[in-house]
Design a protein around this ligand. Sequence first.
Ligand code: GCO
Length: 446
Amino acid sequence: MKIQLPAHSPLATNTFTYGVATAAFQIEGAADQRLPCIWDTFCAQPGTISDGSNGLIACDHINRWRDDLALIEQLNVDAYRFSVSWPRVMHADGSPNHAGLNFYLALLDALGAKGIKAYVTLYHWDLPQHLEDAGGWQNRETAYKFQAYADLVSRTFGDRVHSYATLNEPFCSAYLGYEVGIHAPGIACQKAGRQAAHHLLLAHGLAMQVLQKNSPNSLNGIVLNMSPGYPKTQSLEDQEAAALAEDFLFHWYAEPLFNCRYPARALAHIPADAHPHIETGDMEIIGQPLDYLGLNYYTRGVYHADPATGFGETIPNGAQVTDMGWEVFPQGLTDLLTGLNARYALPPVYITENGAAMKDQLRQGEVNDQSRLAYFQSHLRAVHNAVAAGVDVQGYFAWSLMDNFEWALGYEKRFGIVHVDYATQKRTIKASGHALAAFFGSRSRD
Ligand code: GCO
């Protein structure tokens, strides 16, 4: 199967940016060359990671990055999205770790030499453990520490970076990490989750200030994950449940960025004693203009009213699901984009992650992952449809370059367009990777 889009589509030209994405903790390894982070601590607690694994070696990318870069080049991408490991580049006293910074400088220079644009995420969940010991994202001070880290990185990287994202998916850091506790640091408390979310958003705003000063020519923004909510039935109760779920889970992070406030429906749902403490001026810092919005899309949510919790989620009967159990629903990406465009005054949008975990099989040196390939085809088409409907989408990144540490699910779930044999660290481009590479390479100049 080949990936195809209408010839007239902006997505079929070189003006549209295509890339692959990774994150530091999921691929780097070489944990002994950096400070411990909250994910090291979390992985060391029994029962947190489904296969009992950790990020100590991961894809050994720190040692194999030149080979990985050669793979990236073979995929014909315009851009590579990766994250910087805060505990690798800063000592606990805030001074620079030059060995860590030099790793990223070498990577950036090599990307530059190949003409591949660097999309740099500053925070993909690997908070230094010493900051968690001081309260982590529940502590307002962490937002200012993040600003200092963003300042160090952006001064060091100079003009090598095409785009910065302050945070990747604050929903996951705050909600999964502090509110329900299935991600590091494993705290399950609503007040903690909502306060962590506020401090993460404040950290984003403070970091935007230094990025716009130190790196005014890069595209500076943030990456949110969102799953649009659909009612299970057309009853008013289910429609209200779907709207509440969206506000409570996702617009909690978007509404402050674009309208300088938390969504009223979600605030009304959360008991007053779990509301975040907000200081004067915070919402204006959070809501400053973005050069772009990054969106990570995987699936939708189907919700029904639940008197106890407000909303419950179900997978529709007969739905096609990925190895994560997530419904394959490309229309959700079109609906998400058009819905956000109607609700907010959006800057240009990049799909910074989209992809699927599937049960892959390596046979005679090949992975024939037709279901993942079909997923990419249908979701690229969904982006095309959103652009045709007037949404300004300028880029798309496949998650992920290669199989890697899938957080609480360890190495059991494979999202890569490149297969990784963890015993040997051998990389094999899957059929989906070959198809994307052919499509990226076939675009017309425009
Ligand atoms: C994400 C993460 C990735 C995950 C992916 C699949 O931003 O959620 O960036 O780290 O691996 O989403 O769950």
